[in-house]
Design a protein. Sequence first.
Length: 217
Amino acid sequence: MGVIDISLHIIHLDDLFIYWVFMHEKGHQLRDTGIESAVMTKVKGLGKFNNRVNDVADYVVPSQGGSSFSIITSMVITANQTQGRCPETDHKFKCTTDDDCMAKLDSNLGNGIITGTCLNDTSGTTGWCEIQGWCPAEDDNVTENSMKEVENFTIFIKNSILSSIKKTYCCEIVASKGYNFRFAKYYQSEDGTECRTLHKAKAIHFEIIVSGNVGRL
């Protein structure tokens, strides 16, 4: 009986070993976490801001449909800018005398180069420092309505990885709060003056991150 009992225990331990190594830990498989992945994205939906209807070609940047893209939800547009001198619009550059602006000559936080001149308003009590650059300056204090329809947009994510038959991976979507960027469209007026329309886009930024743990025989 003693021999029989020992044999049975050995069989049970073998079963446990086989289950743990092959079924639970997948010890018979080669493991690979350095997968190669490609992601394609496509956004669907229509929205409205700045009193116009926008489709995918208007609000998705860049348009190629890769793993990193932004959906523009609102826009501040400064049209017909030309090189010249004009008052700043940022509250940091309010002034009452030229001395206020002279103290900010080295600032690079505005819309242009500070000239040191204070341009007073009609009341003569307060004004804005003069800048040299693209005028009129962008007024970032303008409030634009956001594109509310973005809540109902659909994002298709197509992911392919270079791996074996069995594959395990996950995607993480990260939205950056307060993301914005600027771009300009340049043209020439009839008299040959270089002009541009400046766009400040406020957007939701997406980064599709793919990771995985692949096992194969």
